[in-house]
Design a protein around this ligand. Structure first.
Ligand code: PLP
Length: 233
Protein backbone atom coordinates (compact mmCIF):
# COMPACT_ATOMS: atom_id res chain seq x y z
CA UNK A 1 0.00 0.00 0.00
CA UNK A 2 1.24 3.45 -0.86
CA UNK A 3 0.83 5.99 1.91
CA UNK A 4 -0.37 8.95 -0.13
CA UNK A 5 -1.13 11.11 2.90
CA UNK A 6 2.33 10.43 4.31
CA UNK A 7 3.94 11.15 0.93
CA UNK A 8 2.05 14.44 0.68
CA UNK A 9 3.29 15.45 4.13
CA UNK A 10 6.88 14.62 3.13
CA UNK A 11 6.67 16.57 -0.11
CA UNK A 12 5.11 19.58 1.64
CA UNK A 13 7.83 19.45 4.28
CA UNK A 14 10.53 19.28 1.59
CA UNK A 15 8.95 22.27 -0.17
CA UNK A 16 9.03 24.19 3.12
CA UNK A 17 12.70 23.40 3.63
CA UNK A 18 13.66 24.37 0.08
CA UNK A 19 11.70 27.63 0.38
CA UNK A 20 13.39 28.41 3.66
CA UNK A 21 16.88 27.67 2.28
CA UNK A 22 16.30 30.07 -0.55
CA UNK A 23 14.59 32.81 1.45
CA UNK A 24 11.26 32.38 -0.27
CA UNK A 25 7.76 32.46 1.17
CA UNK A 26 5.89 29.17 1.21
CA UNK A 27 2.84 30.90 -0.29
CA UNK A 28 4.87 31.60 -3.47
CA UNK A 29 4.95 27.89 -4.30
CA UNK A 30 2.07 25.73 -5.44
CA UNK A 31 2.18 21.96 -5.25
CA UNK A 32 0.57 20.34 -8.28
CA UNK A 33 -0.12 16.61 -8.02
CA UNK A 34 0.70 15.09 -11.42
CA UNK A 35 -1.88 12.34 -11.42
CA UNK A 36 -1.68 10.75 -14.87
CA UNK A 37 -2.38 7.02 -14.88
CA UNK A 38 -3.41 7.08 -11.20
CA UNK A 39 -6.79 5.81 -10.07
CA UNK A 40 -9.39 8.36 -9.02
CA UNK A 41 -9.19 7.07 -5.48
CA UNK A 42 -5.52 8.02 -5.35
CA UNK A 43 -6.49 11.59 -6.25
CA UNK A 44 -9.14 11.48 -3.56
CA UNK A 45 -6.51 10.47 -1.01
CA UNK A 46 -4.28 13.38 -2.07
CA UNK A 47 -7.27 15.71 -1.82
CA UNK A 48 -7.97 14.44 1.69
CA UNK A 49 -4.33 15.20 2.51
CA UNK A 50 -4.89 18.81 1.50
CA UNK A 51 -3.80 18.88 -2.16
CA UNK A 52 -6.06 21.07 -4.30
CA UNK A 53 -4.14 21.43 -7.56
CA UNK A 54 -3.99 18.49 -9.97
CA UNK A 55 -2.30 18.11 -13.33
CA UNK A 56 -3.42 15.70 -16.01
CA UNK A 57 -1.80 14.80 -19.33
CA UNK A 58 -4.77 13.48 -21.27
CA UNK A 59 -8.15 15.10 -21.80
CA UNK A 60 -10.17 11.89 -21.74
CA UNK A 61 -8.49 10.61 -18.61
CA UNK A 62 -9.12 13.89 -16.82
CA UNK A 63 -12.77 13.87 -17.90
CA UNK A 64 -13.29 10.37 -16.53
CA UNK A 65 -11.67 11.25 -13.20
CA UNK A 66 -13.63 14.46 -12.77
CA UNK A 67 -16.79 12.44 -13.30
CA UNK A 68 -15.82 9.82 -10.74
CA UNK A 69 -14.78 12.53 -8.29
CA UNK A 70 -17.86 14.67 -8.94
CA UNK A 71 -18.44 15.28 -5.23
CA UNK A 72 -15.06 17.02 -4.82
CA UNK A 73 -14.01 17.95 -8.38
CA UNK A 74 -15.24 21.53 -8.12
CA UNK A 75 -13.04 22.06 -5.08
CA UNK A 76 -10.02 20.90 -7.07
CA UNK A 77 -8.11 23.02 -9.55
CA UNK A 78 -7.13 21.24 -12.73
CA UNK A 79 -4.22 22.05 -15.04
CA UNK A 80 -3.45 20.45 -18.37
CA UNK A 81 0.23 19.45 -18.33
CA UNK A 82 0.32 17.14 -21.35
CA UNK A 83 0.46 18.06 -25.01
CA UNK A 84 -2.94 19.36 -26.09
CA UNK A 85 -4.19 18.07 -29.41
CA UNK A 86 -6.15 20.63 -31.37
CA UNK A 87 -9.22 18.46 -31.69
CA UNK A 88 -9.38 18.33 -27.87
CA UNK A 89 -9.41 22.07 -27.29
CA UNK A 90 -13.12 22.24 -26.65
CA UNK A 91 -13.16 19.44 -24.08
CA UNK A 92 -10.01 20.81 -22.48
CA UNK A 93 -11.64 24.16 -21.80
CA UNK A 94 -14.47 22.43 -19.99
CA UNK A 95 -12.00 20.61 -17.73
CA UNK A 96 -8.99 22.79 -17.04
CA UNK A 97 -8.47 26.31 -15.71
CA UNK A 98 -4.91 26.51 -16.98
CA UNK A 99 -3.27 24.93 -20.03
CA UNK A 100 0.42 24.68 -19.10
CA UNK A 101 1.46 23.46 -22.54
CA UNK A 102 0.80 26.30 -24.95
CA UNK A 103 3.31 25.79 -27.74
CA UNK A 104 1.96 27.43 -30.89
CA UNK A 105 0.00 30.43 -32.08
CA UNK A 106 -2.58 28.16 -33.67
CA UNK A 107 -3.29 26.41 -30.38
CA UNK A 108 -3.50 29.80 -28.66
CA UNK A 109 -5.97 31.05 -31.25
CA UNK A 110 -8.17 27.98 -30.83
CA UNK A 111 -8.10 28.26 -27.03
CA UNK A 112 -9.03 31.94 -27.29
CA UNK A 113 -11.94 31.21 -29.62
CA UNK A 114 -13.29 28.45 -27.42
CA UNK A 115 -12.90 30.61 -24.30
CA UNK A 116 -14.73 33.41 -26.06
CA UNK A 117 -17.64 31.08 -26.79
CA UNK A 118 -17.73 30.07 -23.15
CA UNK A 119 -17.37 33.71 -22.08
CA UNK A 120 -14.34 32.96 -19.96
CA UNK A 121 -10.65 33.64 -20.06
CA UNK A 122 -8.32 30.69 -20.32
CA UNK A 123 -5.02 30.77 -18.44
CA UNK A 124 -1.95 29.40 -20.17
CA UNK A 125 1.75 28.86 -19.63
CA UNK A 126 4.11 28.78 -22.58
CA UNK A 127 5.94 25.46 -22.69
CA UNK A 128 9.62 25.96 -23.38
CA UNK A 129 11.90 23.27 -24.81
CA UNK A 130 15.11 24.35 -23.10
CA UNK A 131 17.48 21.74 -24.49
CA UNK A 132 16.08 21.60 -28.02
CA UNK A 133 15.04 17.99 -27.51
CA UNK A 134 13.26 16.68 -30.57
CA UNK A 135 11.32 14.14 -28.55
CA UNK A 136 9.72 16.89 -26.49
CA UNK A 137 7.06 19.50 -27.03
CA UNK A 138 7.56 23.17 -26.34
CA UNK A 139 9.06 26.08 -28.24
CA UNK A 140 12.61 27.38 -28.27
CA UNK A 141 13.51 30.24 -25.93
CA UNK A 142 13.98 32.52 -28.96
CA UNK A 143 10.44 31.85 -30.14
CA UNK A 144 8.71 32.98 -26.93
CA UNK A 145 8.71 36.71 -27.59
CA UNK A 146 7.49 36.42 -31.20
CA UNK A 147 4.71 34.10 -29.97
CA UNK A 148 3.64 36.54 -27.26
CA UNK A 149 3.56 39.37 -29.82
CA UNK A 150 1.19 37.36 -31.97
CA UNK A 151 -1.00 36.26 -29.08
CA UNK A 152 -1.58 39.76 -27.77
CA UNK A 153 -4.80 40.33 -29.73
CA UNK A 154 -6.41 37.28 -28.15
CA UNK A 155 -8.26 38.81 -25.22
CA UNK A 156 -9.84 35.57 -24.00
CA UNK A 157 -6.44 34.06 -23.41
CA UNK A 158 -3.89 35.13 -20.88
CA UNK A 159 -0.32 34.03 -20.55
CA UNK A 160 0.62 33.60 -16.91
CA UNK A 161 4.16 32.29 -17.18
CA UNK A 162 6.44 29.56 -18.45
CA UNK A 163 6.62 25.79 -18.05
CA UNK A 164 9.43 23.37 -18.87
CA UNK A 165 10.40 19.73 -18.57
CA UNK A 166 14.21 19.69 -18.77
CA UNK A 167 16.17 16.59 -19.83
CA UNK A 168 15.82 13.78 -17.32
CA UNK A 169 19.06 13.21 -15.39
CA UNK A 170 19.82 11.14 -12.31
CA UNK A 171 21.49 14.00 -10.47
CA UNK A 172 19.01 16.80 -9.69
CA UNK A 173 21.87 19.28 -9.77
CA UNK A 174 21.99 18.74 -13.52
CA UNK A 175 18.54 20.30 -13.76
CA UNK A 176 19.70 23.49 -12.08
CA UNK A 177 21.12 25.25 -15.17
CA UNK A 178 17.83 24.63 -17.00
CA UNK A 179 15.75 25.97 -14.13
CA UNK A 180 18.01 29.01 -13.94
CA UNK A 181 17.61 29.57 -17.66
CA UNK A 182 13.81 29.45 -17.40
CA UNK A 183 13.91 31.90 -14.50
CA UNK A 184 16.10 34.25 -16.54
CA UNK A 185 13.67 34.07 -19.44
CA UNK A 186 10.82 34.91 -17.10
CA UNK A 187 12.74 37.88 -15.72
CA UNK A 188 13.54 39.16 -19.22
CA UNK A 189 9.93 38.83 -20.32
CA UNK A 190 8.35 40.23 -17.18
CA UNK A 191 9.04 43.80 -18.29
CA UNK A 192 6.83 43.40 -21.36
CA UNK A 193 3.78 45.59 -21.56
CA UNK A 194 1.40 43.23 -23.28
CA UNK A 195 -2.13 43.35 -21.95
CA UNK A 196 -2.73 39.60 -21.76
CA UNK A 197 0.73 38.66 -20.52
CA UNK A 198 1.67 38.50 -16.86
CA UNK A 199 4.81 36.42 -16.34
CA UNK A 200 4.18 35.36 -12.78
CA UNK A 201 4.30 31.55 -12.86
CA UNK A 202 7.25 29.25 -13.38
CA UNK A 203 6.12 25.64 -13.58
CA UNK A 204 9.25 23.53 -13.19
CA UNK A 205 10.51 20.68 -11.05
CA UNK A 206 9.27 17.08 -10.74
CA UNK A 207 9.70 14.33 -8.15
CA UNK A 208 13.45 13.96 -8.54
CA UNK A 209 14.44 17.62 -8.72
CA UNK A 210 11.75 19.88 -7.24
CA UNK A 211 13.84 21.12 -4.29
CA UNK A 212 16.37 22.46 -6.82
CA UNK A 213 13.55 23.99 -8.87
CA UNK A 214 12.26 25.81 -5.80
CA UNK A 215 15.73 27.14 -5.04
CA UNK A 216 15.77 28.51 -8.59
CA UNK A 217 12.38 30.18 -8.40
CA UNK A 218 9.66 27.64 -9.27
CA UNK A 219 6.13 28.78 -8.39
CA UNK A 220 4.50 25.47 -9.44
CA UNK A 221 6.16 22.09 -8.88
CA UNK A 222 4.57 19.11 -10.62
CA UNK A 223 4.92 16.01 -8.48
CA UNK A 224 3.80 12.53 -9.53
CA UNK A 225 5.71 9.54 -8.18
CA UNK A 226 6.80 11.20 -4.93
CA UNK A 227 3.09 11.44 -4.03
CA UNK A 228 1.47 8.47 -5.74
CA UNK A 229 4.32 6.02 -6.11
CA UNK A 230 5.29 4.47 -9.45
CA UNK A 231 2.83 4.72 -12.32
CA UNK A 232 1.19 1.59 -13.63
CA UNK A 233 1.58 1.48 -17.39
C1 PLP B 1 4.30 12.95 -15.25
C2 PLP B 1 4.67 14.38 -15.24
C3 PLP B 1 5.19 15.00 -14.10
C4 PLP B 1 5.46 14.26 -12.80
O1 PLP B 1 6.57 13.42 -12.93
P1 PLP B 1 7.19 12.64 -11.66
O2 PLP B 1 8.59 12.38 -12.05
O3 PLP B 1 6.38 11.41 -11.48
O4 PLP B 1 7.07 13.56 -10.50
C5 PLP B 1 5.45 16.34 -14.16
N1 PLP B 1 5.26 17.06 -15.30
C6 PLP B 1 4.78 16.50 -16.41
C7 PLP B 1 4.58 17.34 -17.62
C8 PLP B 1 4.48 15.14 -16.42
O5 PLP B 1 4.02 14.59 -17.56
Amino acid sequence: MIDIAGNCRKVIETIHQAAQRSGRGIDEIKLLAASKSQESEALRAAFAAGIRLFGENYVQEAAAKKKTLADIADSMEWHMIGHLQRNKVRSALALFSVIETLDSFELGRMLHEEAQKRQTIVGTLVEVNLAGEESKAGISPESILPLLERLKELNHLKVEGLMAVPPMRQDPEESRPYFRRLKNLQTQLSGLRIANVEMKELSMGMSHDYPVAIEEGATIVRIGTAIFGPRSR
